[in-house]
Write a protein that binds this ligand. Structure first.
Ligand code: CA
Length: 252
């Protein structure tokens, strides 16, 4: 969906149309202030569910454009909610931003590959979460932006439009963020991208303190790709670079 504005010229803060957001959060104060801010600052229509079960029935009635999901919920928890939503076609591509209670929980969640697109640790800044929600909504609307349709290397093939990745001839299932990360690196292959650049390109925000998000996603992406994962090279102290073939192996 190109819309009327060329990519990159969307005014900061503008989210086209009235986007629907589902918040699944049992802490009423947090849910209420999120709802208030998202409606006021981002012009979104917000539905709040205080349990995973009620969140699911809201999702089934009308899939939202984005979900903010607390991990710790009474009854069905956020992980199970995420699994169920991701398993149905309407839920496969909805951006999911998870709220976690602790920083170290984030690594664990990423490691579990739950398919959430982003994570925020409580307590979070309202400004930050609004910025991320807007970024995810823009990204979801723009797809992956203007670019070539496909790229093919010796043992890796990427269909940017179809979101298909073949590693050594085998189709690899990637989350949306893993795919975007790979796409960003491959499109600028040979160039080193810093963690900040990757955060901005892939997650759509700058000024984010934690670069571990990038590291954890890279690690997971390499694992999923198998041998072709070695093309994603760690450039010590700088960031990452996609380069085919046998450069020195700085990877873990
Ligand atoms: Ca909770």
């Amino acid at each position: 969906m190109a819309g009327s504005t060329p990519s990159g010229s969307t005014p900061p803060g503008a989210v086209p149309l009235r986007r629907r957001i589902l918040i699944v959060e049992d802490e009423a104060d947090i849910a209420a202030s999120l709802k208030y801010s998202l409606e006021k600052e981002a012009g979104c229509a917000v539905t709040v569910a205080s349990t995973g079960e009620s969140g699911l029935s809201s999702f089934r009635q009308k899939p939202p454009d984005l979900i903010i999901l607390d991990v710790m919920l009474p009854g069905m928890d956020g992980l199970e909610f995420c699994r169920i939503v991701r398993a149905v076609p309407e839920g496969a591509r909805v951006p999911i931003l998870m709220l976690t209670a602790r920083v170290d929980e984030t690594d664990k969640l990423l490691g579990l590959g739950m398919g959430a697109d982003d994570y925020m640790t409580k307590p979070f800044s309202m400004k930050e979460i609004i910025a991320r929600v807007k970024a995810h909504l823009r990204r979801a609307e723009a797809g992956d932006g203007p670019a070539s349709r496909a790229w093919r290397g010796a043992d890796l093939e990427i269909d940017f439009e179809g979101h298909v990745v073949l590693a050594g001839g085998r189709e690899v299932t990637l989350t949306r963020m893993e795919f975007s990360l790979l796409a960003a690196l491959v499109r600028q292959r040979g160039r080193v991208l810093t963690r900040d650049q990757l955060l901005e390109k892939v997650w759509g925000y700058e000024d984010y303190a934690g670069s571990r998000t990038v590291d954890v996603h890279v690690r997971r992406l390499r694992q999923k790709l198998g041998p072709p994962g070695r093309h994603i090279q760690t450039v010590f102290g700088v960031g990452y670079r996609f380069r085919e073939g046998g450069a020195s192996d700085e990877d873990e």
